[in-house]
Every structure is written in structure tokens, then in C-alpha cells.
Design a binder for this molecule. Structure first.
Ligand code: BGC
Ligand code: NOJ
Length: 809
């Protein structure tokens, strides 16, 4: 069952009912000001950092769900309703929510009054704009009250939710005509404030939540809305809000537009005040001035659309499979951009208070957005490398506001350093910019500790080399990509975090997955070092690529089962082998070791993929492991803490399904690659939305597996590495468009379902028009600008900017 439809022309998903199985959200803002917005106008805003600069409040775990947002109310002769359905919950005569690229539009009507609300964050200003158009669709005059409301957060979202003894004394506002200024704590150490403006002169306002709602009412029934009044309240302590009231009269078929701006401003220390206790509003007024007119707002929205046109121009696909094209051209790239912006910090499942920018996560995310925003990718790589320690290990995350690493979600994950190699190599292959390697980059952000980024890469690889275990395989440390495979943690205390509990590493537990990573990214580094003429480094790393590959073939493959083992635990026991009672086979090493080409001559990859199909597949893709753990294992950690079939304990993890897809492509298995791709690509499973439940336009982290009573239900939408890896599988695997150090390689692995695919790809200031004709001959021939080529690699000619490529398959 579907709850909406894709509108590819407008690049929107159109939600046709407010009663989606879960709130279906969108992200507004592509620079520093961000908002989450659900299909019922729920969500919140923040500046740069959802933990440290939260502007509006959101109550996760609320009942009913999703009752915090930018809300609007109408009191039309006693009928109280909200145009996006919540919070009033009054049935509407019509409703749609269009989530587009960084904007959302709500259209609804009731009793002859139609509203259209357009929400977005303009490209270069720190504010969210809500343009509200109210239309009387009847032949009679309409008189009604209209309200807008937001609830302010006291900036630090954790403190805001904890420290009531202090916070409930602080609220301060200023009212200046139609603008409500939230200046709480500005009188002391903060140099920032928020404001909420309306372009129409209000007939009343409120800044005290309790005055607006009344003592016992919720957001669905504010006393002021019920009574068609405002208290003009000035909050002094408790809960600050911004609320405007308008008494409107619309003639038959008349429309009126009101623009609301929720903004954020920072002032320098010496320019904080206009006069005693009166804040300096110059910057706020400049934003207001800019966006108070409909013309300018429409232009700003248009600029945003053009920004997205420009971005998505870098990669565009036209095939005979519409569902594939809409993932390729719109939604997959859009999700990649939002994971760039948010990492794993703020979604409806990540509260913005838990995780900042993850080292491993952000490095992987980069693979999906580097072709869109190479300059930002460069900055991100340096930010990430700067939280590394001198021995190559690293903090696991940093806060976006400070860019400093912290150990809040642990450290000592031995896969982390290798992802930096993956990200940097991807950046160089995309841009050709090897100069990035010379950038002096600190360790732990300490001044004076800088070494070149190239050295950081070498140190990262050496970190694996310096941490090999008894079988010559990499030690796992706290965990590897699978955060829940905690082989050195032994947690017996309830509630203890598996990520931060003491790491009792005895240097025995090893990871076959990290071995796969080392071989894959080690080889890429060797190629890079050779490319740069650094022969000694290339030789050194190649030596270990070879020895770790050998160790994996010898100790990392289960020849009885026919698949790659997962690990050795702290007792030296095998994990993920046919000897185990549960957790016999894991997905991660099947994908990564095959992608790395480990034991290719021996047919190990082919066997591993066959085994994955046989044991891991369900309707929604490949499950993470099989069979799931049915009881808690002290020696395995969090993985066995989850019920069977969910999360790391046997769900379909959308993040590592693409590793299998890419592995199929590595082995030339086009039908298998596309079959797996389709099992969880959002547009291909849209019609199962009532089971899948999360948004049908983006990937979720997981889909519950066969052993779960909730089989098929997805969790944790939006902020997941599934976006990036699915894009890599789609673009580099299936379509086979692979940036290389020396040019662009074109080596598709196309299922028979594709007839002809036309691709436009921008690459290093050149444009490629690629036409793939899939006759299924099994032989690739390539013609570039009219000339037949023998190799699949197209080297760039400095005098040629446009490449017209015909690929016959
Ligand atoms: C989750 C993992 C996540 C980890 C770190 C665990 O509870 O299952 O998916 O990576 O927490 O936040
Ligand atoms: C989600 C985390 O963000 C990611 O870093 C981790 O690799 C996966 N979960 C698997 O545990």
C-alpha cells in the first residue's frame, strides 16, 4: 500500500494523507541553518549543531507523536483546525504534503478556506521561511482568526531537557513590532539570539507558552485559539514561545499571503547591545528586510531549486527503468547530501544530542557526495583527519560546532583509520587534486602537531599493521564497522553503553572484515603512492596487503561452510563460521573481502556470494547474519543484546547490502547485482509502505529480518551509510562509472532489464555523455568521440572538454 506518489518532474514525493505509518520527514537547509520538517509540520530547527545550538524545542518520545514544530491554527467560527493536520487533528477536506529538495509544501483546505504553506531555508541566510497563502474558495466573505506558533529551546538541547531548576528562571524576550526576539541568556555569555517575524502586522501575540496554551491544554487546543484571543504575554521565566495572531477577512476568492521568518543571529561581543537591555537587531532586520516580500521569497526558493539543478547536473541517468532513474537522479543523491550535512546527528531517530559527526560515518558518506561538492568534501576530510591521534587511532566523532573530537561514543574502533584512506582516495579519484595530501593536518586538533594528510594516511594504514593478532589478521579493538561486535567488552552491568564500556583488549580478537578493508584500501593506497612516485611507501604497504590477504585465505575463510569467517573472539574462537551454533555467517566479510578480490583465483568470492544468497537472503535483501543470536553472549557484546532479526542481530542492514551488490559486480554477476539492489531500493518497495513504515523516498538503516515478528519493518530512516553505499553500488557497480586516478573508467554490469542507458556525468570540469546499449553480448566495446577504445579507462585529454561515449554491451 502507498500513502503518496513520486512526482519526478518536480522532484517531489507527494504525501496524500497525514496518517502515514510514521512521521515522514524532510530536511531544510544546505549550509548552517537546518530544520527537520515532517508531513504534519512537526520538527525543529538548529544552527550548525543540533546539540549545542537548538533553536526550537522537540519532544522525542512524545504522545501523541510529533507534537512540536512550526504550527498554524485557524479558528473559523468555532472550528479549530491546523493546515498540516497536527496539532489540532481536525479532519481536513483536502491535504497534500510535497517534500521536495530542501523545501516542503503543504496544501490543504477546510470549509472553503485553502492554505498553501511553503517552507524552506534560503541558501545563504540563517533562517527558515514559511510563506503562508490563505485563499477563500467560496463566494461568501470569510472572517477567521489565524495563529502561528513555535516553541523556543534554550539552545543547549541536553541542558534544556535536564536542568529545569536553572532554566525555568531564564526566559527573556523582546517584542519589536511584528518580531519576537528570543534573547534568553543573551544578557550574559551568549552572543546569539533567535527571532520569529511575521510580514503582516499581528493583532495579538504571545511569548509565554502557558499563557497561550492555558494551564491544562495541549498544543492541539490552545486556550487562546479556542477563545480567539491573545494574551500579549511577555515571558519572564518559564517557557518562551513565539506566537502571532491575525484577525483576517477574505472576500470571495480573495487570497492573502503572510511570510514568517524564524531566524538566528550572532553578534560580536562589543556589538551585542543597541542600548541598555535592548539587543542589537541590525542583522535580524537585514534578514527580515530581505525576505519580507513575496517576490524575494519566491526568488530565494527559485535560487534553491537552481542550486539543486546545478548539483544534480553532475550525474544524471535516463534508462528504461523509471524507479531506478528516480533513485539515481533525485532521491539517492539527495539523501547523500543530507547525510553529508547531518552525519548521524539529527533525525527522528537520532535526537541531535547523542552523536556528532562520526569519523567512520562521515568518511563513508563522502563517497556519495564527493562528485557533488568536492570543495566541501576536501574541508570535511581535513576536519576528520584532525581528530586522529598520532598512532593513527582516533576519536570516533566530533561536534560540528567546535570540530573537536570527543569520546562520548567511544574510541578505539580499529576500522576507523582505514576509512580515512577510503575517503581521501575517493576525493583524489574524483577531482585529481593530489595537493590535498600536502595539507598540514593536526592530531587531536593540537596546534604544532601538524603532519601532511599523506602522512595521516600512512599512519592510518600502519595502525592496522601495528595491530595484527595471532593469525596475522587485524585486531578488532573496541569493534569494527559493526559497532555491536564488541569482542573485548564483557559487559555485565545493565544499561552500560557497549560503546564506552572499558575495552579489555588482550590483543587476541581479530576481524576478517578489517582484513578485507585493509586489502581493498591498501591496494588503492599503493596505486596512489606509485602514482606519486613514492615507491618505498608503496612497497611497504603492498607487503602487508599480501600478507594480510594470505592470512585471510588461510585463517579467514571457512572451507566447510564456503564463506568468509567474521572474526576470532578474545578466546581465539571463530565468529561467523559453520562451527558456530548461531551467527554462522555474517554479511560484512562476504561483501568486503570479495570487493577486495581476496582469493579471487581460488573462487572464494564466488563461493561467498553463493552462500550469502543461500543463507542471508529474504524478500528485502540480505540479512546481516544467520541465524541470529537467541541469547546474550558476554564475549560478543551488543550484537547479541538485540532481539532476533533486528538491528545488527540479523536485520537487513541497508548499509552493507550494497557491498554485496558491488561484490556481484566485481564478479560480473549483473543479474544478482540488480536483483539485490531492487530488494531494498526505496522506490522499488514503495508499494509495501504499510509494512516498511518509514519514508518511501529514502533508505533506512535496517529492515527487520525473518526472525523478527516485525519482519519487513524499517527503522532509523535518513541518516545512514546505506545512502552512500547504495549510490556507489548504483553508479560505480551497476552503471560502472568509476573515477580513477588517471581518468574515468566505464565498465557497466547491467542486468538484461536495462535496454539503453544514457548518462550525463561531470568529471573534473569535463562533461561526459555516455550511451550504453545493452544487447547482453558479454563483450564491452567503447567508442569515445568517434574512436574505438580497447581499454575501459578513458584518459583525459587536456584539450578536450566534452566526451561522447558509446558503450556496446
Ligand atoms: C547501534 C549501532 C550504532 C551504535 C553506535 C548501537 O546501539 O546498534 O547501529 O552504530 O549504537 O551509536
Ligand atoms: C550505525 C553507525 O552509525 C555506524 O558507524 C556503524 O558502522 C553501523 N551502525 C553498524 O553497527
Amino acid at each position: 500500500m502507498k500513502f503518496g506518489h513520486f512526482d519526478d518532474k518536480s522532484r517531489e514525493y507527494v504525501i496524500e494523507t497525514p496518517h502515514t505509518p510514521l512521521p515522514w520527514i524532510n530536511y531544510l537547509g544546505v549550509n548552517d541553518f537546518h530544520s527537520l520538517i515532517s508531513n504534519t509540520c512537526g520538527g525543529y530547527s538548529f544552527y550548525k549543531d543540533a546539540k549545542l545550538r537548538r533553536i526550537t524545542r522537540y519532544r522525542y518520545n512524545n504522545v501523541p507523536r510529533d507534537i512540536s514544530g512550526r504550527f498554524f491554527y485557524i479558528n473559523d467560527k468555532g472550528t479549530i483546525w491546523s493546515p498540516a493536520y497536527l496539532p489540532c487533528k481536525t479532519a481536513l477536506d483536502s491535504y497534500t504534503c510535497r517534500h521536495g529538495l530542501s523545501y516542503s509544501i503543504f496544501e490543504s483546505s477546510k470549509n472553503g478556506l485553502a492554505l498553501k504553506i511553503t517552507c524552506f531555508v534560503p541558501l545563504n541566510d540563517n533562517c527558515e521561511i514559511n510563506k503562508v497563502e490563505l485563499t477563500n474558495t467560496t463566494g461568501r466573505e470569510k472572517k477567521f482568526s489565524f495563529y502561528s506558533a513555535v516553541e523556543f529551546c534554550l539552545y543547549n538541547a541536553i541542558d534544556d531537557a535536564n536542568n529545569y531548576q536553572r532554566n525555568l528562571n531564564l526566559a527573556e524576550v523582546e517584542i519589536d513590532n511584528n518580531t519576537i526576539y528570543h534573547k534568553t541568556e543573551y544578557r550574559e555569555r551568549r552572543n546569539h539570539y533567535a527571532f520569529y517575524y511575521s510580514s503582516r502586522k499581528h493583532d495579538g501575540f504571545d511569548t509565554s507558552r502557558d499563557e497561550f496554551l492555558g494551564l491544562e491544554n495541549g498544543w492541539d487546543q490552545p486556550v487562546c485559539v479556542l477563545k480567539k484571543t491573545s494574551k500579549d504575554s511577555i515571558v519572564h521565566d518559564y517557557y518562551p514561545i513565539g506566537c502571532h495572531r491575525f484577525e483576517l477577512t477574505l472576500k470571495p476568492h480573495e487570497s492573502k499571503t503572510i511570510i514568517f521568518i524564524l531566524g538566528y543571529v550572532e553578534n560580536p561581543e562589543d556589538k551585542k547591545w543597541e542600548s541598555k537591555d535592548v539587543i542589537n537587531k541590525v542583522k535580524a532586520k537585514a534578514i527580515i528586510e530581505k525576505y519580507k516580500s513575496v517576490k524575494n521569497v519566491d526568488k530565494a526558493l527559485n535560487d534553491l531549486k537552481k542550486y539543486w539543478d546545478g548539483l544534480l547536473d553532475a550525474f544524471n541517468v535516463k534508462s528504461n527503468i523509471v524507479k531506478f532513474d528516480r533513485m539515481a537522479n533525485i532521491w539517492n543523491q539527495y539523501q547523500c547530501m543530507n547525510t553529508y550535512l547531518m552525519s548521524r546527528s539529527a533525525s527522528y531517530y537520532e535526537t541531535g544530542t547523542g552523536r556528532g559527526m562520526g569519523f567512520r560515518d562521515s568518511c563513508q558518506d563522502l563517497l556519495g557526495f564527493v562528485h557533488l561538492i568536492p570543495d566541501k568534501a576536501k574541508e570535511r576530510i581535513i576536519d576528520i583527519a584532525s581528530i586522529q591521534f598520532t598512532d593513527g587511532s582516533t576519536y570516533h566523532q566530533y561536534q560540528p560546532l567546535t570540530k573537536c573530537g570527543n569520546a562520548d561514543v567511544g574510541s578505539g574502533f580499529n576500522d576507523d583509520p582505514l576509512w580515512l584512506v577510503a575517503a581521501t582516495v575517493a576525493y583524489i579519484k574524483e577531482t585529481g587534486d593530489t595537493k590535498i595530501l600536502d595539507i598540514p593536518t593536526p592530531f587531536d586538533n593540537k596546534k604544532g602537531s601538524e603532519k601532511s594528510l599523506y602522512d595521516h594516511l600512512l599512519i592510518s594504514l600502519n595502525h592496522t599493521i601495528d595491530n595484527l593478532g595471532p593469525h596475522g589478521l587485524p585486531l578488532i579493538g573496541r569493534a569494527d564497522w559493526n559497532d555491536c561486535l564488541n569482542l573485548n567488552c564483557f559487559s555485565k552491568t545493565d544499561g552500560e553503553s557497549f560503546q564506552t564500556v572499558e575495552n579489555n583488549d588482550t590483543h587476541i580478537a581479530e576481524s576478517v572484515f578489517i582484513a578485507g578493508m585493509f586489502v581493498k584500501y591498501g591496494k588503492e593506497f599503493v596505486e596512489l603512492a606509485n602514482h606519486l612516485g613514492k615507491k618505498d611507501d608503496a612497497k611497504h604497504i603492498q607487503e602487508y596487503v599480501d600478507s594480510i590477504e594470505k592470512a585471510t585465505i588461510k585463517y579467514g575463510f571457512d572451507y566447510d561452510g564456503g564463506w568468509f569467517k567474521r572474526a576470532y573472539d578474545a578466546y581465539g574462537h571463530e565468529v561467523g563460521s559453520s562451527k558456530c551454533e548461531e551467527g554462522k555467517i555474517f554479511i560484512e566479510p562476504q561483501g568486503f573481502c570479495t570487493m577486495a578480490g581476496i582469493g579471487k583465483d581460488l573462487g572464494l568470492g564466488k563461493k561467498a556470494l553463493e552462500a550469502s544468497k543461500k543463507y542471508l537472503y529474504d524478500d528485502w535483501g540480505a540479512e546481516l547474519l544467520n541465524p541470529p543470536y537467541s541469547s546474550y553472549h558476554l564475549e560478543l557484546g551488543e550484537i547479541s543484546s538485540y532481539p532476533e532479526g533486528v538491528k545488527e542481530n540479523g536485520a537487513v542492514f541497508n548499509h552493507n547490502n550494497p557491498w554485496l551488490t558491488l561484490a556481484f559486480c566485481e564478479e560480473g554477476e549483473a543479474e544478482d547485482a540488480f536483483d539485490l539492489y531492487k530488494r531494498n531500493a526505496p522506490s522499488f518497495i514503495e508499494d509495501k509502505s504499510e509494512i516498511h513504515k518509514t519514508e518511501p523516498y529514502v533508505y533506512s538503516q535496517m529492515i527487520a529480518g525473518r526472525y523478527s515478528p516485525c519482519y519487513g519493518q524499517a527503522k532509523n530512516s535518513w541518516l545512514t551509510g546505506s545512502a552512500t553505499w547504495s549510490f556507489v553500488a548504483l553508479s560505480e557497480g551497476i552503471l560502472g562509472i568509476k573515477p580513477q586516478f588517471d581518468g574515468l573508467e566505464i565498465k557497466p554490469c547491467l542486468s538484461k532489464e536495462f535496454k539503453e542507458v544514457k548518462i550525463k556525468r561531470k568529471f573534473r570540469n569535463c562533461s561526459f555523455d555516455i550511451d550504453i546499449i545493452n544487447k547482453g553480448t558479454g563483450n564491452e566495446t567503447l567508442t569515445v568521440n568517434g574512436k574505438k577504445q580497447t581499454s575501459s579507462l578513458i584518459k583525459l585529454d587536456k584539450d578536450v572538454k566534452n566526451y561522447s561515449v558509446i558503450v556496446n554491451l
